[in-house]
Design a protein around this ligand. Structure first.
Ligand SMILES: Nc1nc2c(ncn2[C@@H]2O[C@H](COP(=O)(O)OP(=O)(O)OP(=O)(O)O)[C@@H](O)[C@H]2O)c(=O)[nH]1
Length: 742
């Protein structure tokens, strides 16, 4: 028998507010059609965590209601999240609702944690987008909407905070059309009673829904509307809804035509049409309520069950796996007793205890245990079915974002089938490059955002260096957007990441979870470097090591290229020699040469958009691989130093929403920040949306500057959008700053 109700993850361990409800009927086996894997996304502070808390409460998972301001929510479980009142790690919770199981991921809203959101989206089949009813579509809403678009995820919109007097439902719906180009279908409208309490009109059932506060909104009442203007108005809205839907759904259109009108169309048929159109991303059903005042949440959960897809309805690309195993790793957590636990969304096949698996890097893994956590304890199970989420122990090399398969050959066979079904004939090769390249066919490669900031990290004493390295390794498996490297020049460990908050959280987690009080150096911008022009060089290295003569002569060329990082020269004078090289030697040369691109000569930035072309290599008998590798690396370093590199600086894409009368002040300030205004559009009656790209170096303290210029009326989000060349003066300044001379 399988568990139906549990709380996933290291969420609420040993929290007495959670109930262990082992009622027999809840433990019935859950089939894929009864599962909904959903994400909850929004602009910061729209109310995701509060909404999730209510869902858990009404599903019977918690005994009391958690509040963000009291720091006692289930999903914001890290000390840092509770203290700061924000979501940092996406967390998963599972609860039963009307015979279905909802696996819900609450995701962070802050830009520094975009990677978390990205990974969660691989694990879900649909999303709920929460809007703040007083603010409508905000900058980060646009960002998460675009992310959901990228994953082609069906979605529902929940307009929250409708209890507030300044909330405006119609404006939110207009925003969805104008700012997101969505087709909203309102299945509800707000209504206020004589005392000003929020209620909901249900457009489909023509009922008024009202909630009582004395039982925390657990029970709500449905009242059929009596003949009145309100009923006529609602009937009109129902007709409009059917009209809109039948234009998009042929099955409903046939019913409308055969019954010659809208009145005869049943609620069930409308619901089915909404489901089909939502799953094809033709419409977005819109619901409303107030999470804080406990209004409307149960209907939102009903809508998740009714309108969002089952696991089987999605992920058709993975059909090429047949019954073979395919699972997406969306999170790794560390449990004190059980060590690293890997959260896997199982897409195909069945995952069994003791199974051998292969992760994206090609490493073999063995699942020692599988858990389904139950409220405050993990429950061990022997297997988990496709469509569900499993927590695996024993995986050592797997990182967040990996695709787990039963073997390398199973992955290759699936890729062959996929390519065949797409009419592609590309030959698969054994080597590593193709292994990685072909993963892109599945859009499964881990997209790790480039670090835009870095800083040194130091343990409190030399004796805790190893413990610090271990802890960083664990944190990095959880969060691949955290980069850890070693600077051989300064002898320091260096952290790369997405922003100040990101680094700050790492420091705090090191202390609270690993008891290591690390010191972070000043935050610096992570520049990249690139070559200006092609250059070629022959480099010879000769040495006697332990009585054996080692010598290598290697000719390498650097060329500007954004696609391939390493290639072989195809000219007639070299092709024969290179073809005669053993593949292992080629791998060694490749590895050594590429390693030299990790640190450029100007500021130690990664060298990008540069291809290393091997022209020739002559290796003396008995020369060790490590010696060949060193020669290749030194050859590239020499080329980079003598030929010189240009700096590339991180660019941020800003979305600023500001009242019309503040726009000129904001634009004037932006022009002083080397920015590029991409677009300025109207946002409603009073606001403008400014889309602008600006170098990160110019944005230090920008959010407070914007607050000052706009007297707090403007809002902004930003995200990294690539790297760009700079002019010589700015470049020299950046180099001086990086060297600590400015
Ligand atoms: N008036 C009102 N306030 C609400 C409502 N829902 C949430 N809030 C408040 O809005 C604030 C933000 O709520 P959260 O649930 O933390 O929002 P979030 O989207 O999870 O925020 P992040 O995790 O930081 O992105 C809190 O102070 C909530 O109490 C609501 O329906 N009405």
């Amino acid at each position: 028998m399988k568990m139906l109700q549990y709380t996933l993850l290291n969420v609420p361990l040993r929290r007495n507010k959670l109930l262990l409800r082992y009622s027999a009927q809840l433990f019935k086996r859950c089939y894929s059609a009864d599962i909904r894997n959903i994400g909850i996304l929004a602009h910061i502070d729209a109310g995701k965590t509060t909404t999730t808390e209510r869902m858990l409460f009404y599903a019977g998972k918690t005994r009391s209601l958690g509040e963000v301001h009291r720091g006692n929510t289930v999903t914001d479980y890290l000390t840092q999240e509770r203290e700061r009142g924000i979501t940092i790690c996406s967390s998963a919770v599972t609860f039963p609702w009307n015979g279905k199981r909802i696996n819900l991921l609450d995701t962070p809203g802050h830009i520094d944690f975009t990677m978390e959101v990205e990974q969660s989206l691989y694990a879900v089949d649909g999303v709920v987008i929460v809007l703040d009813g007083t603010a409508g579509v905000e900058a980060q809403t646009v960002t998460v909407w675009t992310q959901a678009d990228k994953h082609n995820l069906p979605r529902l919109v929940f307009v929250n905070k409708m209890d507030r007097p300044d909330a405006n439902f119609d404006k939110c719906v207009d925003d969805l059309k104008s700012k997101l180009d969505a087709k909203p279908i309102c299945t509800q409208y707000p209504v206020k009673n004589n005392e000003g309490h929020l209620g909901i009109y249900d457009v489909i059932t023509l009922e008024q829904l009202s909630w009582q506060q004395k039982d925390y909104g657990r029970v709500y009442h449905k009242t059929k509307l009596e003949s009145s203007d309100a009923l006529r108005d609602l009937q009109e809205k129902r007709n409009e809804l059917i009209d809109q839907l039948s234009g998009l759904d042929d099955e409903l259109a046939d019913v409308v035509i055969s019954t010659e009108g809208f009145d005869q169309v049943s609620n069930k048929l409308i619901g089915q049409a909404i489901r089909r159109a939502t799953n094809q991303n033709k419409i977005v059903p819109v619901l409303l309520g107030s999470a804080y005042k406990n209004i409307g949440i149960q209907r939102l959960m009903d809508a998740v069950n009714d309108y969002l897809p089952t696991p089987e309805e999605r992920n058709q690309i993975y059909e090429c796996f047949g019954n073979d195993l395919a699972g997406k790793v969306f999170k790794i957590v560390h449990d004190k007793q059980r060590g690293a636990l890997t959260l896997v969304r199982l897409i195909r096949g069945e995952l069994k205890r003791g199974m051998r698996l292969t992760c994206s890097s090609g490493q073999a893994e063995v699942v020692s245990k599988i858990y389904e956590p139950l409220a405050d304890e993990y429950r061990e199970v022997s297997s988990v079915q496709a469509g569900d989420v499993a927590i695996c122990a024993g995986l050592k090399s797997t990182v967040t974002g990996d695709l787990l398969t039963s073997s390398h050959s199973s992955l290759k066979n699936a890729q062959k089938r996929l390519m065949k079904s797409r009419g592609l004939t590309t030959q698969l090769h054994e080597d590593e490059e193709d292994f990685v390249g072909n993963q892109e066919m599945f859009a499964i490669e881990t997209q790790i955002p480039d670090a835009v900031y870095f800083c040194s990290i130091e343990p409190p004493s030399i004796s805790s260096q190893t413990a610090m390295e271990q802890a960083l390794k664990q944190l990095q498996r959880e969060d691949p957007s955290l980069r850890v490297s070693y600077d051989a020049v300064t002898g320091q460990t260096v952290l790369g990441g997405m922003g100040e908050l990101h680094m700050d959280i790492i420091k705090s987690r090191m202390l609270s979870e690993y008891k290591i009080d690390v010191d972070l150096g000043p935050l610096q911008i992570a520049y990249k470097e690139t070559i200006e022009s092609s250059a070629i060089n022959t480099f010879s290295l000769e040495k006697e090591i332990a009585g054996s003569k080692q010598n290598v002569s290697i000719t390498l060329e650097l060329v500007n290229d954004q696609v391939e990082v390493f290639s072989l020269d195809k000219s007639p004078e070299n092709v024969q020699n290179l073809n005669a090289l053993r593949p292992r030697i080629l791998q060694v040369v490749r590895k050594g040469a590429i390693s030299a691109l990790e640190r450029g000569p100007r500021v130690g930035g990664q060298v990008v958009d540069t291809q290393i072309r091997l022209h020739n290599v002559v290796i003396g008998r008995g020369t060790a691989d490590s010696f060949i590798m060193a020669a290749a690396a030194q050859c590239v370093q020499k080329l980079l130093t003598t030929n010189g590199t240009r700096l590339l600086e991180p660019i941020m894409a800003l979305q600023i929403v500001a009242p019309n009368d503040r726009v000129s002040g904001i634009m004037a300030d932006l022009s002083r920040r080397r920015s590029l205004i991409k677009d300025v559009t109207t946002k409603g009656d009073k606001n403008k949306l400014i889309l602008v790209n600006a170098p990160l170096a110019e944005l230090s303290g920008y959010s407070s500057a914007l607050r000052t210029i706009s007297s707090g009326t403007a809002s902004m989000t930003m995200q990294p959008c690539g790297f760009s060349e700079m002019n010589s003066a700015d470049e020299s300044l950046a180099v001086r700053r990086a060297q600590g001379l400015e």
